[in-house]
Write a protein that binds this ligand. Structure first.
Ligand code: SUG
Length: 446
């Protein structure tokens, strides 16, 4: 089995609307002009690098924006431009929500459990409801449609509907989920992270920022995916970490295979829960688990958040060694740079650190790991995936040309009221459906 990375292609309306309270980068860049073309190219550069390093790469298309269906659901009527103008007059936040290109962070698209972990032997996806934030909740319906079009073999894949929306089952997908395994084809441990317990409001939670994921959502997903109880763990994110800007677990930990990198202030009762995980891992057939805990004196929480060190990708190279693909912000942040040097001194399979410039996505709080959905596939399963989405040098060239022709260099917040942007966005989407060999209806939302 091999891990495929499904990266979100950045959509033509990438912008900075300050929509994500608790995500410090999103707040810091509110109202700045964005560069959609550069954003898409940075993403494509990362995909190419990942493919070159030996991880098979695939693409998830951006969702159609503006979301006309949502405008209609919110009571706006008339032509697309009339609805957009009325939405802006009602509240500029509504206009920003229906234009948001936030589907690019595909780590939030779904939680994925590979077939060896699931009792029925199928690969399970639970589309995330993303119900904590309006603009993100508008992704779930279209994401379901797209995942079903790409993973369309009912014998092999099960794409579950999003959990019912609502505060008690708020779910943010794979960004709060880690899978560890002792052997390439055997069952693994699945770690679910949550920020609050909906049915126990007395439990200590963050004081300042919202906890997006609930324990109840995690438990529901593991039930649907038919995971074995003894191989499933639920970790509570430390409230202080959430209050420091850790709005998803992938801002404080990254793991894969038999390695877990984690900040020492990530979880409640961290020592206990990590020792339970290591103990259970030892019962799997294969290698032992290595946990590398980054001390706060080396990497203060604030630097972990501003550098996004844990939002790096762990990439298995054909040699069996791992590359850590970090945001270039880790080079300029002194504590992060020191921590990476320290990491390379540990006796771990990571023998290389590479940096990638994702300025445009980072300004909205999305690093390398946010931009990809990890899907572990056997060769038979890979053969059942819609072939048009697999990254190849030829697809890369076509996508770069498509971006070049269809994306604006710059987008200011006021441009979201420009009627011409609607035509541009829909033309781009129709062309993309052809490039990826998907039917037009899969990528539209009328
Ligand atoms: O949900 N930002 C996203 C960033 C998601 C990052 N993903 C992971 N950590 N896996 C969010 O907060 C900002 C949009 C804006 O402000 O315009 C935004 O949605």
């Amino acid at each position: 089995m091999r891990e495929y990375n499904f990266d979100g292609l950045v959509g033509p309306t990438h912008n900075y609307a300050g929509l994500s309270y608790g995500n410090l980068a999103s707040a810091a860049h509110f109202n700045s002009p964005s560069n959609p073309r550069a954003a898409a190219m940075e993403g494509l550069d990362k995909m190419r690098l990942v493919a070159e390093l030996g991880t098979p790469q695939a693409i998830l298309p951006p969702l159609a924006r503006p979301n006309l269906r949502a405008l209609h659901q919110l009571g706006f009527r008339g032509s697309p431009t009339a609805m957009l103008e009325s939405a802006w007059q009602a509240d500029p936040v509504l206009l920003a929500a229906v234009w948001s290109a936030s589907s690019m962070w595909t780590a939030n698209a779904a939680t994925v459990s590979p077939a060896p972990d699931c009792a029925d032997g199928k690969l399970h996806f639970s589309v995330a409801n993303l119900s904590s934030l309006l603009h993100r909740s508008l992704e779930a319906e279209q994401t379901t449609k797209i995942l079903r079009a790409i993973f369309r073999s009912p014998q092999r894949f099960q794409v579950h509907d999003p959990l019912p929306a609502g505060s008690a089952l708020s779910d943010e997908g794979a960004a709060n989920h880690t899978r560890l395994a002792a052997s390439p084809d055997g069952p693994g441990l699945e770690l679910f992270c949550y920020g609050r317990v909906a049915f126990d409001p007395a439990r200590t939670g963050p004081q300042k920022f919202p906890a997006r994921q609930t324990l109840e959502a995690c438990q529901s997903i593991s039930r649907r995916h038919q995971l074995a109880a003894e191989r499933t763990f639920y970790l509570q994110q430390h409230p202080a970490a959430i209050d420091a800007g850790v709005f998803h677990n992938d801002v404080i930990a990254v793991g894969g295979w038999n390695l877990l990198l984690v900040h020492e202030q990530a979880y409640v009762d961290q020592e206990l829960v990590l020792s339970q995980i290591a103990g259970q891992f030892a019962t799997l057939r294969g290698s032992g688990l290595q946990i590398i805990e980054f001390p706060a004196r080396l990497l203060p929480l604030a630097d972990a958040v501003s550098s996004y060190l844990f939002n790096s990708q762990l990439l298995l190279r054909p040699s069996g060694k791992l590359t850590l693909l970090c945001p270039s912000d880790c080079e300029s942040n002194a504590a992060a740079a020191r921590s990476l040097a320290w990491l390379l001194e540990q006796n771990s399979p990571i023998d290389e650190v590479r940096f990638v410039n994702l300025r445009q996505s980072m300004n909205n709080g999305g690093g390398p790991a946010c931009l990809r959905l990890r899907v572990l596939l056997s060769s038979e399963e890979a053969a059942a995936v819609h072939p048009g989405v697999f990254w190849t040098p030829a697809l890369d060239a076509r996508l770069r040309d498509w971006v070049q022709r269809n994306y604006r260099d710059q987008l200011a917040p006021a441009d979201l009221r420009d009627p011409q942007l609607v035509d541009e966005a829909f033309t781009a989407q129709e062309e993309l459906a052809q490039i990826l060999g998907l039917v037009r209806e899969t990528l539209t939302n009328e």
